[in-house]
Design a protein around this ligand. Structure first.
Ligand SMILES: Nc1ncnc2c1ncn2[C@@H]1O[C@H](COP(=O)(O)OP(=O)(O)OP(=O)(O)O)[C@@H](O)[C@H]1O
Ligand SMILES: O=C(O)[C@H](O)[C@@H](O)[C@H](O)[C@H](O)CO
Length: 159
């Protein structure tokens, strides 16, 4: 099956921004996992209620089916190892982890306008995150262009 690219990290880490830039650079299809959340999940997060494993499982399964198509960059939080196992059971895809301090991410969430995600959920996102191993990891405290350049370089060495 085709190797797709999955950009992961907590809410506000830059997955949609960076993922869409990578897709443009590589002429791939960009998918934002947020677009696949049911209304109920979005309402929970907007109300400041963290999602549960049960909330996320149908969403993750839908995303896994999307990843069976080729030429995709997916932006998805994929916070837990078990979530990543649903998305990529055969460890086939290329994973990029956007890592940053709570302060940097909180600042970015506070400056973001019109997004449904409650800023109050950042700590639960960080607490839920199980840091992935053996993936491309990038520090987000730099310009988007520099992050993308680093990722593209790292992707080349992985292929
Ligand atoms: N490298 C960067 N430098 C400065 N601002 C950034 C950077 N990357 C993203 N941003 C800004 O930070 C905010 C969060 O980015 P983005 O929405 O892409 O994150 P996300 O991980 O997709 O969030 P969510 O999972 O909540 O959708 C946005 O306002 C975005 O414009
Ligand atoms: O797994 C989750 O809790 C959610 O997917 C968040 O991590 C997303 O970032 C949310 O969709 C807000 O954009």
């Amino acid at each position: 099956m085709q190797q797709n690219i999955i950009v992961m990290g907590v809410s506000g880490s830059g997955k949609s921004t960076i993922g869409s830039m990578i897709a443009r650079e590589l002429d791939l299809e960009f998918l934002d996992a947020d677009d696949f959340h049911p209304k109920s999940n979005k309402e929970k997060m907007a109300a400041g209620t963290p999602l549960t494993d049960e909330d996320r499982l149908p969403w993750l399964k839908t995303l896994q089916q999307q990843l069976e198509r080729p030429h995709i960059v997916l932006a998805c939080s994929a916070l837990k190892t078990s979530y990543r196992d649903v998305l990529d059971p055969d460890r086939n895809h290329l994973w990029v982890f956007l890592n940053g301090s709570r302060e940097v991410i909180a600042q970015r969430m506070s400056e973001r306008k019109g997004h449904f995600m409650s800023k109050s959920l950042l700590d639960s996102q960080i607490d839920t995150l199980e840091v992935p191993k053996g993936v491309i990891e990038v520090n987000i405290d730099q310009a988007p262009e520099d992050i993308v350049t680093q990722i593209l370089n790292d992707l080349q060495t992985q292929e």
